[in-house]
Design a binder for this molecule. Structure first.
Ligand code: NDP
Length: 421
């Protein structure tokens, strides 16, 4: 398909791979798509949009971790060419589930990477956690258009990911709702006219809770998000505001912003998703009902707009939009994200790795909710004290830091678990 020039976001010497203006010609005909993490919450929203536009898209590859049944069902429905699950023990089951369909399949990390490497016009990167990094990089290297939901892979690889994307000619479309809002608002001005971005946060289920109650919150309570329906890990991250911390880092990477240029604003209704302030003090915001199919539809249709299935925004019936400053004392995870961003040199990778260990431990009832942020902070401090900070210049660097930080967090886990709040 013919590709024309795309205006990219320039920041001094750094070129982000996020397109600034919609000057790409509309591609006619059927578009080929791949969905990494097809069985998850973002995957489900993406497949729903594809289902709503029959004949417009052809599915090349779909992937999952271990949900063979869900993946095989989607593969048959969309007549995918290739499917892969990360869990190598599921090969027999996957082959059986696809018997007679003619759909190729594979297992293990290499098969997920193969799915990402197959030529397509568009790819959704929606694996959860740092496991999404290598497959996302495989897609980056073939210079395709990537809707990026998997924030952890940016947080883990930092600037390196976006630099590699810019070099490969890949086009990164932010799928996370707040970053998609910034992406839409940014085209109202030039980079040197931008003074700050504001990402909103619902505040999660513990927004009004006292610190002592947050400390002892149960898994069921942490999984009750007031506005968004999402996967388990991100829902827990929303409750701790670790998710907002990851998003602050994600915004810095995507748009090449300094920490001081990124503000967080608690907005319980989740109607305004992000705002960009320009030098003349104009603030441009993107609004919509809280439904991930809206930002995903923006990425899927880009540079055009396609029909979205979300409920129409009715501000008169909502009545009021309210705002609060974030509370860094009750939600230390947010403060730690800014610390990690300022520290650089792999600190954001450590922040993410320690959080993945902490969330898994919380789900397994090994630590209290309040200990999630304590484990992340202890790991970051020990990492710095051990003299481990160093610039990341390759995927292997990022993966090594991720691996070592996980081990450090796991070794700190018993003492954090035993610690009184
Ligand atoms: P889910 O947990 O719902 O889904 C994750 C998907 O990734 C599933 O398909 C899962 O497969 C697959 N997966 C998990 N681990 C691996 C692995 N090791 N290797 C290969 N595939 C794997 O997550 P979400 O959809 O909620 O989130 C996906 C990403 O998008 C995350 O990075 C999240 O932060 C981000 N995001 C999510 C939003 C949301 O509303 N949900 C909003 C904005 C960003 P299986 O089903 O087999 O487990």
């Amino acid at each position: 398909m013919p590709m024309a020039s795309v205006t990219l976001l320039w920041v001094g010497e750094v070129m982000s791979a996020v397109p600034l203006k919609n000057d790409k010609p509309v591609e006619a005909g059927v578009r080929t798509v791949t969905v990494l993490g097809a069985t998850g919450s973002i995957g489900d929203s993406t497949m729903d949009l594809l289902r709503g536009a029959p004949g417009r898209y052809r599915v090349e590859a779909l992937t999952a971790n271990s949900n063979v049944e869900g993946l095989a069902k989607l593969a048959r429905e969309f007549d995918a060419r290739f499917v892969a699950v990360a869990d190598t023990a599921r090969f027999g089951e996957l082959k059986d589930a696809l018997a007679g369909s003619g759909i190729e399949c594979g297992v293990g990390e290499s098969a997920i990477i193969e799915a990402a490497s197959r030529p397509t016009d568009w790819l959704m990167a929606a694996v959860s956690g740092a496991a999404g990094l290598k497959p996302a990089l495989a897609a980056v290297d073939r210079g395709t258009t990537i809707a990026l939901a998997n924030k952890e892979c940016l947080v883990c690889a930092g600037d390196f990911f976006m630099q590699r994307a810019a070099k490969a000619g890949a086009c990164i479309l932010p799928a996370d709702s707040e970053h998609n809002a910034l992406f839409q608002a940014l085209s109202s001005g030039n980079r040197d006219e931008l003074t700050r971005v504001i990402i909103t946060a619902s505040g999660g289920p513990f927004r009004t809770w006292a610190a002592a109650d947050i400390e002892n919150a149960t898994l069921a309570q942490a999984l009750k998000h007031p506005n968004w329906s999402m996967g388990r890990k991100i829902t827990i991250d929303s409750a701790s505001m670790m998710n907002k911390g990851l998003e602050v880092i994600e915004a810095a990477c995507l748009f090449a912003l300094e920490p001081e240029e990124i503000d967080v604003l608690v907005h319980p209704q989740s109607i305004i998703h992000g705002m960009v302030e320009f030098s003349d003090r104009s603030v441009v915001a993107q609004l919509g009902t809280p439904d991930m199919r809206t930002p995903i539809a923006h990425c899927l249709g880009w540079p055009e707009r396609i029909a979205g299935p979300a409920v129409k925004l009715d501000l008169a019936s909502i009545g009021q939009l309210t705002f609060e400053a974030p509370d860094f004392a009750r939600f230390p995870a947010l403060r730690l994200a800014y610390d990690a961003l300022r520290t650089g040199n792999g600190a954001t990778t450590v922040y993410n790795a320690a959080n993945e260990i902490a969330v898994a431990a919380f789900i397994a009832e090994k630590i209290r909710f309040g200990a999630i942020a304590r484990l992340v902070e202890a790991t970051m401090n020990d990492w710095v004290r051990a003299g481990n900070l160093a610039p990341l210049s390759s995927a292997d660097d990022a993966i090594a830091v991720d691996h070592n930080a996980r081990n450090m967090a796991a070794s700190l886990l018993p003492q954090i678990a035993a610690m009184a709040s």
